[in-house]
Design a protein around this ligand. Structure first.
Ligand SMILES: [Zn+2]
Length: 323
C-alpha cells in the first residue's frame, strides 16, 4: 500500500514542550516561555488502500485555524496558545496536498485520527461524509478542558463529523501491546493504543512496516524515553509505558520505521522525502536503520552526541532551532 506524508504547514512550539520533560519543564513554562520557540512540521498521511480507497491518518490544520483570535475566541486556546502558532501556506492545505495525488477531500473513504488535538483534527471540516476512527478513550474524553495542552475536540474543528467509530483494542496482542484493532480486516492498517499524550492517543501500523505515532512520540529521538521526554500534562506513566511498548514492537518487527507527526530530525525529514513516491527505497530504508544504530544503543539509550539542544536565533529572535 502506498503511504504519502502530507506536510500541512508547521507549528511554533516551545523547545521545552518537545524536549524538556526530563529537564523540569512544566506547563507553566509551556505557557510563559516566549524565548525558546522552534518550528516543527505538521504531517497527516494518505494511505492508498487497494480495496478501501484513499484513507487519511490525521488531517492537519485548516486555514481557518490560522486566524487564531477569530477562530478560538472564547476558548482557552485563545489565551494559552500564541496567535502565530500555526503557519499554513496556500500550497500546503489539506485540499492542496490531496490534489497532488489526484484526490479531493470528498474522495477520502475513511479517516483515522491519532488524537483530538487541534493540529490533527483541523481538516475534519472537509470530511463530514467519512467515517472517523479514533481510540475509544479519546472519543470518551472529547470536550474535557485543558487536558493535554489544549481542550480536546474544540467544537468547531469536529462538528461536521457524524460517523464516529471508536476503536476498541480487542484484537490480538502485538509486540508489547496487549491488544490491537485491524481496522479494515486485511491486516494492513492496525491501530494500537498509545495513551499518555492524550487519554486515547492511538498509533497506526501500516503494512507491518511504518508506525504512525501521532504525538505519542513527537520525534524519533523520543524513542529513548529515559533520555528525551516531552512535557506531560496528562498521564506521564501512560506516556512512558506507551513508548516502552513501541520499543518492544520495534524489536518484534526489525524493519519497523517509526514515523511521528512532527519529526524535525534529519531522520524525519529524509523519511518524509523518501516516501514522496509512496514507497521507501531500499537505500533510504538502510539509511534510516543506520541512523537508528548511530543514535540508539541496544537498550534504546540515546547517543549523547544526538541529544537535542536549543540553538538560539543568531539575530536574537525568539525562534531558534534544534541541534
Ligand atoms: Zn500534534
Amino acid at each position: 500500500m502506498k503511504i504519502h506524508p502530507l506536510g500541512i504547514g508547521r507549528t511554533k512550539v516551545p523547545f521545552g514542550q518537545f524536549y524538556g520533560g526530563l529537564a523540569g519543564a512544566d506547563f507553566d513554562e509551556f505557557v510563559t516561555d516566549k524565548d525558546h520557540f522552534i518550528w516543527v512540521p505538521i504531517h497527516a498521511y494518505l494511505l492508498e488502500h487497494p480495496v478501501c480507497g484513499p484513507i487519511l491518518v490525521d488531517t492537519g490544520i485548516s486555514p481557518e485555524q490560522t486566524e487564531h483570535v477569530e477562530y478560538y475566541r472564547g476558548s482557552i486556546m485563545e489565551h494559552v496558545m500564541d496567535v502565530d502558532e500555526y503557519d499554513l501556506p496556500a500550497d500546503q492545505t489539506l485540499t492542496a496536498q490531496l490534489a497532488r495525488f489526484g484526490h479531493t477531500p470528498q474522495d477520502i473513504s475513511a479517516v483515522i485520527v491519532t488524537h483530538f488535538h487541534e493540529d490533527h483534527v483541523g481538516g475534519l471540516n472537509l470530511l463530514g461524509h467519512a467515517p472517523v476512527h479514533l481510540g475509544a478513550d479519546e472519543y470518551a474524553a472529547r470536550g474535557e478542558k485543558a487536558f493535554g495542552l489544549v481542550p480536546l475536540a474544540f467544537p468547531p474543528s469536529i462538528e461536521s463529523i457524524t460517523d464516529w467509530r471508536p476503536i476498541e483494542f480487542t484484537g490480538p496482542a502485538l509486540g508489547g501491546f496487549d491488544g490491537s484493532a485491524d481496522l479494515f480486516g486485511d491486516g494492513s492498517v492496525i491501530a494500537l493504543p498509545t495513551p499518555g499524550h492524550s487519554p486515547g492517543s492511538t498509533s497506526v501500523l501500516v503494512d507491518h512496516r511504518f508506525l504512525l505515532t501521532g504525538d505519542a512520540m513527537y520525534t524519533v529521538r523520543h524513542l529513548a524515553v529515559d533520555d528525551v521526554r516531552a512535557i506531560q500534562i496528562g498521564r506521564e506513566d501512560h506516556y512512558v509505558d506507551s513508548i516502552r511498548r513501541i520499543q518492544w514492537l520495534r524489536r518484534a518487527i526489525p524493519d519497523l520505521l517509526v514515523v511521528p507527526a512532527h519529526d524535525d530530525t534529519e531522520y524525519g525529514v529524509r523519511l518524509t522525502a523518501g516516501l514522496a513516491t509512496g514507497e521507501l527505497s531500499d537505500q533510504d530504508a538502510r539509511w534510516a536503520k543506520d541512523w537508528e544504530r548511530d543514535t540508539f544503543d541496544e537498550a534504546v539509550r540515546l547517543n549523547p552526541a544526538r541529544r537535542p539542544r536549543f540553538i538560539p536565533d543568531p539575530d536574537g529572535g525568539p525562534v531558534g532551532a534544534v541541534s
